[in-house]
Design a protein around this ligand. Structure first.
Ligand SMILES: Nc1ncnc2c1ncn2[C@@H]1O[C@H](COP(=O)(O)OP(=O)(O)OP(=O)(O)O)[C@@H](O)[C@H]1O
Ligand SMILES: [Mg+2]
Length: 254
């Protein structure tokens, strides 16, 4: 028969479980509240534009513009919902990463090519500097998503005449480090610690473009690769995002 010690152990485990359940419930409530909040604003716009067309207050040309706004807001909502689904699948471990040998040099050069046009259009200098690196094991499409989001952010926030760099190095034989740096306005210290949280936008008034999910998704992908991502920033000088990924020195790269 179980003695008092076992009963005590059981009670402790039970209390821990109850605490975990309470915590999960709270997280779920926060999540639902965040999502509802995010969806409310595009829905309010859609409703307003549609109402103006129904009422006949918007005529011909104006009605067309309202219809176009409805389409824009709907696209924004669809993107948000898609990113959100992806984020929650990643967070709950439902998405498994492909494990293949990835040549980061190829991948980063490809990212450079993709973003070069946008950089030129904004008169931003894009520089890529890659040390010889061992391959990493991972999911090339997901890793591309990480660097694309970092470059998208860097270009979004850097003013004309600025500089964005992709630097990859091997500080230790067992991990590679990729830095994406910019000469944008930087992120204030108290906000920097929140940039990887879902829906976080340092300046919510700065346009409707982003859902605030890119970095949260990037972080989940990097963690799923056994790596780490962090941000450093100096106000008025720029921001640096650092991605560290375990290297596979035993696999030979071409
Ligand atoms: N390089 C940067 N310079 C300045 N601020 C940045 C930079 N990168 C990210 N941020 C801040 O961090 C916030 C979160 O970035 P994140 O990529 O998660 O979302 P987003 O770019 O707003 O939207 P999404 O990536 O979902 O389209 C941004 O809204 C911005 O305020
Ligand atoms: Mg982003």
């Amino acid at each position: 028969m179980a003695g008092p010690k076992e009963v005590k152990g059981l009670a402790t485990s039970f209390n821990q479980m109850a605490k975990q359940v309470k915590h999960s419930q709270q997280m779920l409530r926060d999540f639902v509240a965040d999502v509802s909040h995010e969806l409310r604003s595009p829905l309010t716009s859609i409703k307003g534009f549609a109402q103006a067309i129904i009422d006949g207050t918007a005529k011909d040309k104006e009605a067309q513009l309202k219809a176009a706004s409805i389409e824009d807001e709907s696209k924004r909502m669809m993107r948000l919902v898609e990113e959100l689904l992806e984020f929650s699948r990643l967070e709950s471990g439902q998405i498994t990463m492909v494990k293949e040998s990835v040549d980061l040099k190829d991948l980063l050069q490809q990212c450079h090519e993709i973003f070069l046009m946008r950089a030129k259009e904004k008169n931003i200098q894009l520089r890529t500097d890659i040390e010889p690196l061992p391959p990493v094991v991972g999911d090339i499409d997901r890793l591309e998503q990480v660097f694309s989001n970092l470059l998208d952010n860097a270009l979004k926030h850097t003013p004309s005449g600025g500089k964005v760099s992709i630097i990859a190095r091997l500080p230790y034989p067992n991990f590679v480090e990729i830095a994406v740096t910019d000469t944008g306005p930087g992120i204030p210290g108290e906000q920097l610690q929140h940039v990887f949280e879902r829906f976080f936008r340092a300046d919510p008034s700065a346009g409707k473009a982003g859902a605030g999910l890119g970095l949260a998704i990037a972080r989940q992908i990097v963690l799923a690769h056994g790596g780490d991502i962090m941000a450093k920033s100096t106000l008025g000088q720029g921001t640096e995002f650092l991605v560290r990924l375990p290297a596979s020195p035993n696999i030979t790269t071409h």
